[in-house]
Design a protein around this ligand. Structure first.
Ligand code: HEM
Length: 372
């Protein structure tokens, strides 16, 4: 089914929500991020991210995207990421050691959910971890939906920081992704390398942080699943897939939103004519709750088959999916192994959702535990 909706920016868009259609359209090259007339294009948000499109034809867009994938995929291959697993496990252990030294309740969001993905992406990219508070501020600003100026200032800060880092790495190369990007890019592409790196730094932590917090909340609301995970921590992979599929338990899932794309040609979707330039929202969240694909979709239950679309699908499938899966699986395995009880110190319903943020999530997650 396809219907007309109004975006958070107040512009008209088409929304698709059935699983099969969303999946097919995620892989459809005629839907992209470019637009012939960006200044007059309908927008999903007023934020920098998923806001105004860039100027591009379908051909330019596909060329640019293919180049971006060629630059990034080697560094984030499943094989390279698997080699990182022992390091991720070691980091998880260290963060949980630090957590249990704190008095209870302790803020899990700050101590673990934020730190794990940030340390990992910093090490991979070669970004100094000491700079985390700076780029945390900028990334948070970039992903703010209700304040376009804040979002633009955040993007400017992050881009400038990455520009300086690229300059430094040209003089002092490291064994890291940014150095490899500099080496792989044609001369004169420093700005592109900086913007790819800024995108990775942002994408590499914000979404994973939110998924970790969501997992802790979902497991505490479903104690049977926590017990099952404790009984067999080897099932953490399936639990993680369900955490990825399931919406946040503290905010009503958005029914009118989706991954924004522009029709880069006149196309027909489900018998409806979509003119070139129109905005189409691909409802990944709604598709993940499509009961023809996920029986009893509101239940939080690890599923034998869980073909959720949380990492997208097709040519834009999330480059960081193998890494995010390793971080989440190692963390939830360790939680189930080390703790007998573990969960929010307050009623989950009392936690405040960050509605103004693109990736949602919580600002704090006070937790209590008993060690196994
Ligand atoms: C739980 C964590 C994550 C979730 C839910 C997630 C989700 C997504 C989704 C839905 C897309 C597809 C966007 C589209 O179709 O336009 C995507 C793309 C992308 N993700 Fe992730 N992501 C996560 C973690 C990461 C991490 C850790 C990294 C970096 C290492 C990363 C880097 C990227 C990049 C570079 C793209 C762009 C791919 C392209 O346009 O071809 N993501 N992600």
């Amino acid at each position: 089914m396809i219907k007309r909706v109004t975006t958070p920016a107040g512009d008209p868009a088409w929304l698709v929500t059935d699983y099969d259609l969303v999946k097919t359209l995620l892989a459809d090259r005629r839907l992209g991020r470019g637009h012939a007339d960006p200044d007059n294009a309908p927008k999903f948000t007023d934020a920098v991210l998923l806001g105004k499109p860039h100027q591009a034809t379908e051909e330019e867009e596909n060329e640019r995207h293919a180049w971006m994938r060629r630059m990034l995929t080697p560094s984030f291959s499943a094989r390279n990421m698997e080699a990182l697993r022992p390091r991720v496990r070691h980091l998880v252990d260290g963060l949980l050691d630090d957590l249990v030294r704190q008095p209870q309740p302790a803020d899990f969001h700050e101590a673990v959910s934020f730190k794990l993905p940030v340390v990992v992406i910093c090490e991979l990219l070669g970004v100094p971890y000491e700079d985390r508070e700076k780029f945390r501020r900028w990334s948070e600003a970039v992903g703010t939906l209700n304040d376009p100026r804040k979002s633009q200032e955040g993007a400017a800060g992050l881009w400038a920081y990455m520009g300086e880092l690229v300059e430094r790495k040209k003089k002092e190369p490291g064994d890291d992704v940014i150095t490899r990007l500099i080496e792989a890019a044609p001369p004169g592409q420093d700005e592109t390398v900086a913007s790819l790196s800024a995108g990775l730094l942002f994408a590499g932590h914000e979404t994973t942080v939110a998924a970790i917090d969501r997992g802790v909340m979902l497991l505490s609301l479903n104690p049977g699943q926590w017990d099952a995970l404790r009984a067999d921590p080897g099932t953490a992979g399936d639990v993680v897939e369900e955490i990825l599929r399931h919406p946040s338990p503290i905010s009503a899932p958005s029914e009118d939103s989706g991954m924004p794309r522009y029709a880069m040609a006149d196309i027909d979707i489900d018998g409806v004519h979509i003119p070139c330039g129109d905005l189409v929202l691909l409802g990944i969240g709604q598709a993940n709750r499509d009961e023809t694909r996920f029986p009893d979709p509101s239940a939080f239950v690890p599923r034998e088959s869980n073909p959720h679309l949380s990492f997208g699908h097709g040519p834009r499938f999330c480059i960081g999916a193998p890494l995010a899966r390793i971080e989440l699986t190692e963390l939830f395995t360790a939680l189930a192994t080390r703790f007998e009880t573990f969960g929010p110190a307050v009623d989950v319903a009392q936690l405040t959702p960050r509605a103004e943020r693109l990736v949602g999530g919580v600002a704090e997650l006070p937790v209590r535990w008993t060690v196994a």
